[in-house]
Design a protein. Structure first.
Length: 130
């Protein structure tokens, strides 16, 4: 059984076929370009983001420890980097340290948590007349 098709609809249908085929080819090309662009070349710098979940967690833990004035400067001295680099690591999160500095950071965190645990916790005044 055949249906009647208006001549303008036939032309429109042909145009839609051409457009859909072109859109499909463009989508395939864009997907290939996206994969190629996201693929890191050998020796490329690793940037923080969804691909670095371990660094994201380590950065969050470290940022929680940098509370007092001068903590970032002291950490920069400990890591052997400029203060601005510490800001890039933990505040703006636009850079990751190299392996040596990441290991130094882990040692700093362990030392910092041990120092916190070894300090006596004062909860209130203790009477001397006991």
């Amino acid at each position: 059984m055949s249906y009647y098709q208006h001549p303008q609809l036939v032309a429109l249908g042909a145009l839609l076929d051409v457009l859909s085929e072109a859109a499909r080819e463009t989508a395939i090309a864009a997907q290939k370009n996206y994969r190629a662009r996201r693929r890191k070349s050998i020796g490329a710098t690793l940037r923080p983001g969804p691909d670095t979940p371990l660094w994201n967690e380590l950065s969050k833990i470290t940022a929680d420890k940098l509370l007092r004035y001068g903590d970032k400067a002291n950490l920069a001295r400990e890591l052997g980097v400029p203060r601005q680099r510490v800001h890039e690591y933990f505040v703006s999160q636009t850079a990751c340290p190299d392996t040596e500095r990441a290991l130094r950071l882990l040692i700093w965190l362990v030392k910092r948590s041990n120092d916190f645990e070894s300090k006596p916790q004062v909860r209130g005044k203790v009477s001397r007349n006991t």
